[in-house]
Design a protein around this ligand. Structure first.
Ligand SMILES: O=C(O)CC1=CCC(=O)O1
Length: 273
């Protein structure tokens, strides 16, 4: 079997800082993380990657058999290997979060800490994803441009006009239908519910209260299933919570991935002074 190619990716932040990989959601590109970039590159070397057919990644990144979240995870490992990163922090939105949870469950030695934003252990009935894959293969992403703002934004009219809102919608319009359909099929086949209890990485789960795609019960299932996971539910946020609540999402991720403080080198006074 040939080793997976690395997806298109971009590196930011100090070269010597601890590595943090950021994964995007279906229909978006690495630009979906732009609001978080200044905050997260303060303490990390950040690698953002693109799904097949999205952003700068070619649609045929996963040739041959059907796309799966496991194969997408292989792309991330190829990108990390290229940097020489044995271990890394990982945060992902929706499908990108599923890739992170899969990595933490199947390759625990690689994931130092995990954050899943507006994601799920299972994204509903597979038939809905197969239908969407068929629609996009036949008609491209144009029909989705009508429905995506209502799933992605709590205030679709206002957020679609902001620079970040407009950028993610432009990226959806530009997405290669073959890559988008392949990602729908990966979502159809994904079910990590039986593996959540085996995730050992410290995990933060973030939900948007108004998210119709992965509503808060999906986040609670993740947080209840992953030992010790923290859950943050954000008001005034739908599926792309990081676009509508940029400061809250950045602060939560920066705190979650902050390196543990070094042990105090001073000798301990047995009287507690
Ligand atoms: O349907 C959408 O656009 C939202 C979504 C579901 C999975 C994902 O990655 O994005």
């Amino acid at each position: 079997m040939t080793a997976p190619r690395a997806p298109h990716h971009r590196l930011d932040g100090p070269e010597s800082a601890p590595p943090l990989i950021l994964g995007p959601s279906l229909g978006t590109s690495l630009a979906v993380w732009q609001p978080q970039l200044p905050g997260l590159t303060r303490g990390h070397r950040v690698l953002r990657w693109d799904l097949p057919g999205h952003g700068g990644s070619p649609a045929d990144l996963l040739p041959g058999e059907e796309a799966t979240v496991g194969r997408l995870a292989g792309l991330v490992l190829a990108a990390a290997d290229r940097q020489g990163w044995d271990r890394f922090g990982y945060a992902g939105i929706s499908l990108g979060g599923a890739v992170g949870a899969y990595l933490a469950a199947h390759h625990p030695e690689r994931v130092e800490a995990l954050a899943v934003v507006c994601s799920s252990a299972r994204f509903g009935e597979p038939s809905g994803w197969h239908d969407r894959a068929r629609l996009v293969r036949e008609r491209g992403t144009a029909p989705l441009l009508e429905t995506a703002p209502g799933r992605w934004f709590a205030d679709p009219a206002a957020t679609a006009r902001t620079p970040w809102g407009a950028t993610v919608l432009d990226d959806l319009a530009e997405t290669d239908p073959r890559g988008y359909a392949a990602c729908c099929e990966a979502l159809a086949g994904y079910d990590l519910r039986d593996r959540l209890a085996g995730i050992a990485a410290p995990t933060l789960v973030v939900a948007g209260r108004d998210d119709p795609a992965t509503p808060p019960p999906h986040a609670r299932e993740l947080a209840d299933g992953i030992p010790g996971a923290d859950l943050l539910e954000l008001a005034r946020a739908a599926h792309l919570a990081g676009i509508e609540r940029p400061a809250a999402v950045t602060a939560a991720l920066a705190a979650h991935f902050a390196p543990a403080p070094a042990a105090d080198p001073r000798p301990t006074d047995p009287r507690g002074n």
